[in-house]
Design a protein around this ligand. Structure first.
Ligand code: DGY
Length: 321
């Protein structure tokens, strides 16, 4: 039987590409799919393997009969895929949960430490030749050890961050979820549930967002939420950019309603508002949450496991639709 034709929109780690070349008729595009390219690809490939940048928009649902049967997403978040449109075309959709938990939680801790300890600011100063030596008031930051971390969304990644923050840095943990978790790991940490987001915001020194993206969480952090945060508190976001209203964030920073922010994701990636770029109390990373070689390889192998199951008629392990 001829190998299934699959399309990758970007280069993937070498080991994954090699495994895909071996088992599939693989094409690698090396750019983000436009809507017309999506339409053409849907007629040509058995499976399409998009990334977060390849938006499968509502209008694609009107494409009519297509050859593609599977969208095997490279990533855990799938808010860039309009599931109603995918359903209209009869597509199966899969993602890559589980394997990027620690890498993303590690990066959330990196952001937290960087913004608290003014690491970006210090490095910029040193590289610019502006460091004039040690003095007692130089770039004083906020103490991380023993502070209170509020986590919005205690799923896999939120829980991994809570673990690192609590056991590594002695932080107290608050969390907000749709419902309180009955989980022994959560109980052992003494993590306190806040049914109301504002209760969490009023008590946290650091607030980390770990909710999925999408309509339900769009602009969850708006002007009202920033007003509820403590003036010395910092916001950390590694989930999806549109969970935060960037204009409201900029206004809150301008007004001193919060002390700073550390972001890995943005509303209009790769565009980052100038008002954030020019601020010293904001740490900005380019969507690096899962960017370790082992994690990105594991994500690719998960996609392959989904492809393998699908094309051998087995249930796909990571079905979202
Ligand atoms: C994820 O896996 O969701 C990452 O943000 C990349 O899409």
């Amino acid at each position: 039987m001829a190998a299934a034709r699959i399309l990758l929109t970007q280069r993937w780690p070498e080991a994954v590409e090699a495994a895909l070349w071996r088992d599939y008729d693989t094409t690698i595009l090396e750019h983000t799919l436009s809507v017309p390219e999506w339409r053409a690809a849907l007629q040509e490939y058995d499976a399409i393997c998009p990334c977060v940048t390849d938006r499968f928009v509502a209008e694609l649902g009107e494409t009519g009969p297509v050859k593609t049967r599977l969208l095997a997403n490279y990533g855990v978040g799938y808010n860039h895929i309009n599931l109603d449109a995918a359903r209209q075309l009869g597509l199966t959709v899969t993602n890559t949960p589980g394997v990027l938990t620690d890498a993303t939680a590690d990066l959330a801790m990196t952001l937290l430490l960087m913004v608290a300890r003014r690491a970006g600011e210090g490095e910029r100063q040193l590289r610019a030749g502006q460091w004039r030596g040690w003095y007692p008031t130089h770039l004083m930051g906020a103490q991380v050890s023993g502070a209170t971390l509020g986590i919005i969304g205690l799923g896999r990644i939120g829980l991994a961050m809570a673990h690192k923050a609590h056991y590594g840095f002695g932080m107290s943990i608050l969390y907000h979820n749709r419902r309180e978790l009955n989980d022994s790991a959560v109980a052992r940490m003494g993590a306190r549930f806040c049914a109301n987001v504002d209760d969490l915001l009023q008590a946290a020194d650091f607030v980390a967002i770990h909710t999925p993206g999408g309509q339900d969480t769009r602009h969850l952090f708006d002007a009202r939420r920033f007003a509820a945060m403590r003036p010395h508190a910092y916001l950390i976001n590694t989930s999806r950019g549109d969970v935060v209203d960037e204009n409201a964030l900029i206004a809150a920073l301008d007004a001193g309603q919060i002390a700073g922010a550390a972001l890995d994701v943005y509303e209009q990636e790769p565009r980052v508002p100038a008002a954030l770029l020019e601020r010293e109390n904001v740490v900005l990373l380019p969507h690096l949450g899962s960017a370790t070689l082992s994690t990105r390889t594991a994500m690719g192998m998960k996609v392959k496991a989904n492809l393998d199951a699908f094309f051998s008629g087995q249930p796909v392990p990571d079905r979202v639709l």
